[in-house]
Ligand binder design. Structure first.
Ligand code: B12
Length: 222
């Protein structure tokens, strides 16, 4: 019974079924979505940490890998992330009371001067789905804002996104400013115009072409 609910919840998140009345995907019309299945799981006595770690995290891991391999595209990844968020709404109280432990804190933002946030948002949702607490600073974020967020969450790691060749050039100085105040915080950079080589030359600890790269890198730090 418990295994069936976990399996169904994982499937609902993977295929982006948010709620029973959600029209997508048509094949699951009228069936419970991530929201109802999470409630069922809690009522069936499944530990909230197991709901997260045995259903939601594997579902989002699979979604991230399928996206990186070109088997699914941005709209499907967004639907899965939204289904995951529906499930997370019911788990929130258990995070707050400490029943579910997060892996750590990840601070993310789009770099100063840059307003593009679609890739950054996707990355934030995937990292949250992997069991991290995400502090999303939004767009046009300065190094000072990153530093203030790390002050509040000591030991947090950072992610920076840039979509413009003009704003990616702000990254090296921002990374230096953050590293000089918080040498213990690791920084990953991503965004369409970036490359592994640029990340290395900027002083970042890692480069992520896809959100799943960020998830795997963060998990390797735990
Ligand atoms: C949508 C868009 C906009 C929207 C942004 C809306 C929003 N809320 O984000 C608006 C209309 C606001 C906009 C404005 C501008 N834009 Co624009 N925009 C685009 C567009 C069409 C799509 C970008 C996008 O969202 N892609 C989809 C996402 C999912 O991809 P992504 O961000 O790369 O993210 C993926 C990865 O890179 C990775 N990733 C991203 N961030 C991170 C972070 C980490 C840590 C990790 C691990 C991974 C990761 O994960 C994602 C999933 O794979 C691109 C063209 C294109 N085809 O890319 C132009 C584009 C980026 N824009 C461009 C330009 C020039 C501008 C403007 C300067 C236009 C103008 N003259 O005003 C302004 C700049 C405004 C500003 N100050 O930022 C140029 C940039 C050229 C360049 N070489 O710098 C592009 C390439 C268009 C072009 N061909 O000329 N834009």
């Amino acid at each position: 019974m418990q295994d069936t609910i976990i399996e169904k919840l994982q499937e609902a998140v993977e295929c982006g079924k948010m709620k029973k009345d959600s029209p997508y995907p048509p094949a699951l019309k009228g069936q419970d979505g991530a929201s109802e299945l999470t409630v069922n799981a809690i009522e069936a006595g499944i530990a909230p940490a197991d709901i997260l770690n045995k259903a939601l995290v594997p579902a989002m891991q699979s979604v991230g890998e399928k996206y990186a391999q070109g088997q699914i595209f941005i709209p499907q990844m967004l639907l899965s992330a939204n289904a995951m968020k529906e499930a997370m709404k019911h788990l929130k109280p258990y995070f707050q009371c400490g029943d579910i432990k997060r892996k750590g804190v990840f601070v993310i933002g789009t770099v100063a001067g840059d307003l593009h946030d679609i890739g950054k948002n996707l990355t934030a949702m995937m990292v949250e789905g992997a069991g991290w607490e995400v502090i999303d600073l939004g767009t046009d974020v300065s190094a000072a804002k990153f530093n203030a967020a790390i002050d509040e969450h000591p030991g947090a790691h950072c992610g920076m996104s840039a979509l413009l060749t003009t704003t990616m050039s702000n990254m090296p100085a921002m990374i230096q400013e953050i590293k000089s105040k918080h040498p213990e915080s690791k920084i990953i950079v991503g965004g369409a115009p970036l490359s592994e080589r640029f990340a290395q030359e900027s002083g970042a600890d890692a480069y992520g072409r896809e959100p799943i790269d960020d998830v795997n890198w963060l998990n390797s730090l735990v």
